[in-house]
Design a protein around this ligand. Sequence first.
Ligand code: ATP
Ligand code: MG
Length: 294
Amino acid sequence: MGYCGMIRIFTSLTGRIIILSNQLGLRVFLCVNMAESKIIAVVNQKGGVGKTTTSVSLAAALGLAGYPVLLVDLDPQGNATSGVGFTKDDRDRSIYPLILGQAGIEDCIRVTEFRNLSLIPSHPDLTGAEVELISFLGREYRLKEALSSIKDKYSFIIIDCPPSLNILVINALTCADELIVPIQAEYYALEGISQLMGAIKLVRERLNSNLRIRGVLLTMSDNRTRLSQQVIDEVRGFFQGDVFDTVIPRNVRLGEAPSFGKPIQYYDDSSTGAYAYSALAREIVNKRLPEPQI
Ligand code: ATP
Ligand code: MG
């Protein structure tokens, strides 16, 4: 909130700026919608680095902060789907027919019980989409096209990617504005990173020139070990300013929450995991991006 002469400017959580003028007893209310819609893909072809935990926890934190969020589960494993309390058995209303152009997007979106949080669930049959998409013209753009009609309804669309660099992930990179790359704070943290950076570069050159890395996110850090700190230093050295200040700690509650079908904030809002993902959400809302890196 700031003051500017007789004009007060309030920035609300929904990203609207309200300007009130009191001059001559006149009040002017002007609402400008500043909440630009952003598609953020959470990506790393390495398995078990915290992609789903980050997608679900960040989506919930942004929803709690007042932003309408759509969580898209692009992984046939469907862990983000079950992580917000849905089953993976409704094939006809999942991402699978949507990406093949066999379902309307409105039919596939579910409103969750969590504040401002909707979901496009996954289904195990999505594994077959890679083969099925081969015959499609413009197969890299299927997700972008599917999401285009609803993009403006949400402040954030968060895509949980599978541990792969397959056509599903290329679809996510093609439609995303920004990427979050979770990296586990352990030995071999940077293993496979050059392959991922290569894929991002190719997508930028050929399919989506606007694609930016919003940030590398260090996950599952154990503050008690010197190893975690060494890895954090190594990753910060490698990516320079592209690493989030927030580091996600290893936290038992984060590991437990999915089995209750709840994001961490609804499972244990006083846990270190919940605090960390709220801090990440704040960083995402507040951090200005540098110019494109191409
Ligand atoms: P996959 O590549 O298989 O999709 P992923 O990258 O999505 O995996 P997650 O499923 O988020 O990774 O995390 C892997 C496992 O580690 C899960 O059991 C999850 O509950 C647990 N986990 C993730 N982050 C943390 C954390 N900060 N502290 C403790 N456990 C965590
Ligand atoms: Mg996952």
